[in-house]
Design a protein around this ligand. Structure first.
Ligand code: NAP
Length: 256
């Protein structure tokens, strides 16, 4: 890839890239030339994701580091490891996330906390550590993976909805403090994407029919649909795009 979308030699960390959307985003950034650090919490799954992807790219272009994104010390150590062993971190995609489905009256505080810390606090912790070096160097890109639940609620996913709404405003807060230091921080809000996390919904005939009817594009998104926008937001092609959340949802959030 050449020109303003070229990421050759830039170091990118995609959290939660051992599978699903993060893995596809990592592949997209690597195709644009980035040196990509894969990440997850399960080391065995991460090692096998690294082996699969490394086979398709240049020697040393795919690396990996495991840490818990909800732990401040682990996040700081993980970013420090990348800066010393891979290179200055120029692109961070805060993608790691979980879902928990239960009616609000039955939602336990432990599950609420687990979802908020994995889907929202993580972006603060990893983003803060990544931004330290980026601000020193005067440039960097942070992409926070939001959701249609950044804008719209649905029953049984209150903690997720609160976290993803918060993530859009965290994107704005990061912009307020770090844009003048040369960073661009933006969000990508995927619509309903077919992954392991949503396989049970795809298999549910009623839900699947509702998704298709509710989506102007009349299909589930694919992980590949998200790679182009991620490359754009990670590259010089978006150098004056600050604090925005881009919905990639086949039109779901613009129709009733
Ligand atoms: P997924 O397939 O379940 O993958 C989740 C990833 O996050 C895995 O790599 C997992 O690591 C990692 N992770 C989870 N908790 C972690 C922790 N505490 N520390 C470190 N890593 C952790 O999820 P997905 O469907 O691709 O979703 C990825 C992101 O997109 C999430 O933020 C999700 O909310 C968002 N999203 C998804 C959809 C969709 O339709 N799928 C739509 C909108 C937004 P391990 O493999 O080690 O467990």
């Amino acid at each position: 890839m050449s020109g303003m979308f070229d990421l050759t030699g830039r170091v990118a960390l995609v959290t939660g890239s051992s599978r699903g959307i993060g893995n596809a985003l990592a592949r997209g950034l690597a195709q644009a030339g980035a040196t990509v650090v894969l990440h997850g919490i399960d080391s065995a799954r991460l090692a096998s994701a690294e082996a699969v992807m490394a086979a398709d790219f240049s020697q040393g272009q795919i690396r990996s580091v495991a840490f818990d994104v909800t732990n401040d010390v682990a996040a700081a150590e993980g970013i420090a490891w990348i800066e010393s062993n891979v290179g200055p971190l120029e692109i961070l995609v805060n993608n790691a996330g979980i879902q928990h489905r239960v009616p609000l009256l039955e939602l336990d505080i432990k599950d609420w906390d687990r979802v908020i810390s994995t889907d929202l606090t993580s972006a603060f912790l990893v983003g803060r550590e990544a931004a330290r070096g980026m601000l020193e160097r005067g440039h960097g890109k942070i992409i926070n993976i939001c959701s249609v639940q950044t804008d719209l609620a649905r029953p049984t996913i209150a903690a997720y909805t609160a976290a993803k709404g918060g993530l859009r405003n965290l994107t704005r807060a990061m912009t307020a403090e770090w844009a003048s230091g040369g960073l661009q921080i933006n969000g990508i809000a995927p619509g309903y994407i077919h992954t392991e996390m949503t396989q049970n919904l795809v298999d549910d005939e009623k839900f699947n029919a509702w998704i298709l009817g509710r989506t102007p594009a009349n299909r589930w998104g694919t992980v590949e649909d998200l790679a182009g926008p991620a490359i754009w937001l990670a590259s010089d092609a978006s150098n004056f795009v600050n604090g925005q959340t881009i919905f990639i949802d086949g039109g779901m959030t613009v129709v009733v």
